[in-house]
Design a protein around this ligand. Structure first.
Ligand code: PLP
Length: 407
């Protein structure tokens, strides 16, 4: 089997001549800025339509979208926000940036989504909000999460950075909580290099969102009015122009991924891995990541970092699962002490135990979605390449392994 997959993986991000024309149009219009162009406004309307929500605000990054959504919902210094322990760090670091404390809650082993049974015990008098992540593109248990949130008067912000086009519970993901966020960073399912969005049906969140993303200024202001202390999170018109093509191609790409995913997952099972389970509530899986558990003992003791590095050396886009957010260095030492000044005493992160997230960091790897945009032969060959890394621990009848020892 060829060991270099790099040339076989479909290129990502994708673009076509319509994207080239759209970029050239913006270039020649000289309206490169959100303040005098129309691309940002038009894409906000198109994305709101696609999500069936009242309002979308485009911003510079998914991380910025989290900050915007949380601050529009009133999260501030000393508050607590419940986040899954297993996620990209932005879900938690955006909370820290607001002077609030993320409270990591462990995830379910089957899906790596937040474990609903562990949410209520993590709620305290300072809790303001729950931020479920639709991990890898699979819907978190939104009805149960909303139920808990209602009972405690909390807001829910969906982190839908992995979930463009995904659906569950009769709704597009990103349209279920008080607000949601998307990322358009280069690796995500829709991208313009860097970018993000906040979606919401809440008029008050929408009303604040323009000023919050634009130095505190209301839309159309020419008088240097600045309503609130915030930052600049505006997206350029070039980026907004690219997002139309990303949205247009999404259904076709989702269909391709849906076709290849079962073949890939079956191949991974044959290789001894256990792909995350898909819950019955999933109507459409985003398939941002193909995430799977493996047994390090079957791979010569390799942990997720080592196994994924071996796969990358073959040109396969494979990565270790995220470390638990509160095990990153920003949750220790000086980084945290700095925040404690303005936010009160930090929670005791060192003592918070999230065993499933800890195990995922060592024993789960993920494959990037462009793999699923190829054909069935590609995903089958990738799975076979994974299998080839297993340690031959048992005697096999293969003639190529004469040295295999007796049982
Ligand atoms: C990518 C990502 C973000 C942040 O997106 P950026 O656009 O890179 O800032 C937030 N949450 C999750 C779960 C992500 O994977």
């Amino acid at each position: 089997m060829p060991r270099d997959f790099a040339s076989r993986i479909p290129p990502w991000p994708r673009s076509d001549t319509a994207d080239e024309a759209a970029l050239l149009d913006v270039l020649r219009s000289r309206r490169w800025w959100r303040g005098n162009g129309t691309q940002g406004d038009d894409f906000e309307a198109a994305f709101a339509d696609a999500l069936d929500v009242a309002h979308v605000r485009l911003v510079s990054h998914g991380t910025a979208a989290l900050e915007l959504a949380l601050s529009a919902l009133g999260v501030g210094p000393g508050d607590e926000v419940i986040v899954p322990a297993c996620t990209f760090v932005a879900t938690a670091s955006a909370v820290l940036r607001l002077g609030a404390w993320p409270i990591p809650v462990d995830v379910e082993p089957e899906t790596l989504n937040i474990d609903v049974a562990l949410i209520e015990p993590a709620i305290g008098p300072r809790t303001r909000c729950i931020v479920p992540v639709h991990m890898a593109g699979q819907a978190a248990a939104m009805p149960a999460i909303l139920h808990i949130a209602r009972r405690h008067g909390l807001a829910v912000v969906e982190d839908a950075a992995h979930a463009h086009g995904a659906r569950a519970f009769g709704r597009p993901l990103g349209s279920i909580g008080e607000a949601s966020i998307f990322s358009f960073q280069s690796g995500k399912l829709m991208t313009c290099g860097e970018g993000g969005a906040v979606a919401t049906n809440r008029a008050d969140v929408a009303a604040q969102s323009f000023a919050l993303h634009s130095c505190g200024r209301p839309k159309g202001d020419t008088e240097y009015r600045h309503l609130m202390p915030t930052t600049n999170m505006r997206l350029t018109e070039f980026q907004a122009a690219l997002l139309f093509g990303q949205l247009r191609r999404l259904p076709e790409e989702m269909a391709l991924r849906d076709r290849n995913a079962p073949v890939f997952e079956a191949g991974l099972r044959d290789a001894g891995l256990e792909p995350l389970a898909t819950k019955p509530h999933v109507e459409r899986h985003g398939r941002y990541m193909t995430m799977a558990w493996f047994d390090p003992a079957a791979f010569g003791g390799a942990d997720a970092a080592a196994l994924s590095a071996s796969l990358r050396r073959m040109g396969i886009p494979a990565f270790r699962c995220f470390p638990p957010v509160h095990r990153t260095e920003m949750f220790a030492g000086d980084a945290l002490a700095l925040l404690s000044g303005r936010s009160g005493r930090a929670p005791d992160y060192a003592r918070m135990e999230t065993p499933v997230a800890e195990r995922a960091a060592r024993e789960a790897i993920w494959f990037a979605h462009p793999l699923l945009l190829g054909d069935e032969a590609l995903v089958a060959d990738v799975a076979a390449a994974v299998a080839s890394l297993r340690t031959p621990s048992r005697p096999t009848r293969q003639a190529t392994q004469p040295e295999s020892e007796p049982a």
